[in-house]
Design a protein around this ligand. Sequence first.
Ligand code: GDP
Ligand code: MN
Length: 397
Amino acid sequence: MDLLEHRGKRLFADAGMPVLPSRMALSPAEARAAAGELGLPVVVKAQVKTGGRGKAGGIRLCRAEGEVAAATADILAMTIRGQAVAGVLVEKAVEIARELYLAISSSRAQRGPVLIFSAEGGVDIEEVARRNPGALVRTPVDPLLGLCDYQVRDVVAAAALDPELAGPDGTPAKQALAGVVRALWRLYLDSDATLCEVNPLVVTGSGEVVCLDSKVTIDDNALYRHAELKAEAEAGVEDREARARKAGFAFVALGGDIGVLGNGAGLVMSTIDQIAGAGGSAADFCDIGGGARAEVVATALDVILSMGSVSALLVSIFGGITRCDEVARGLVEVLGQARVDVPVVVRLDGNAAAEGRAVLAEARLPGLTVAAGAAEAVRLVVAGAAAHHGPATRRED
Ligand code: GDP
Ligand code: MN
């Protein structure tokens, strides 16, 4: 389960990590009131479970009182990488002297936690890793030994902070940084996280170390130990990821305009790559897994189309445990209600493919094409998206 920035920052604060005073706001008026309490300047930040908000315009620095409500209204109207903005975090702004990157992440390759640090924060860490891999500190942490002092010292050394630099209360910046690294490790353990990321971790103009952003993912398997977090997440507006989780499939919004639904993570990922190779761009990653029934297919389609940014849809099924005729019935259930007006391309191969194609042929759904294979399906859907004008509308609304 991914936490929104504001929720992650509350965990940071509880773990003793330095964050700035902030308030959540769901309307321009609330944001204006929050800015009044905090004092200007403030930063208004879109609360969506995706990075890259800065680049997308979802983060605005407001110096004057009059700017806050307008910035909030703009941000609340945005969709960032397929996600509607649920609210904004109004946070006291600081003058940034340096941006660092710090994370503890569960690594499949290491089969355990890895501490990652970069003196070049603020930007995509993937980009730093590509451009300047030497700038990254990556150290596996032995879960039984815990984070060792030498690992903390490695991070502090890599940050190359001025030894004289200290915050307004006299705490040396190097010491503050070491404290953040240790606290982040504790938080990772105590919250059963698979990711605790601070990007940027900043050093302010006045020598303070502050966590300016948070990205925390809690292991779904451990959610029963975090009833409070789980309840809060479910009490909020149910997001697409949560709906998918409940229905038992995986969904991630990606920001393109071609909806993708398939069975198996590998199939879906390679389909997304093929779409990109053919000049298209996927709107989502949606893996209904093995053995999915018609009902799951129907929910998955509904989740994908609810993004409102889809101009063509590709369903690619390689039936193993999954029966293609079950998938076909799910498609007929949703598409048969004439709710979708975008081209739909379906590829069915493997278990019960012939039966599945027969179900689709019998239903005679307008706008649905059955492709002869995976490659043709990709070609057809990319062409269909290019020809279709505007995103899907659902006629019932
Ligand atoms: P992300 O783009 O979704 O990762 O959002 P971040 O919270 O990391 O913010 C993106 C960028 O906005 C940061 O790297 C900062 O450069 C800038 N930013 C965020 N908060 C502040 C602030 O309080 N003051 C200033 N000057 N810039 C900020
Ligand atoms: Mn960030």
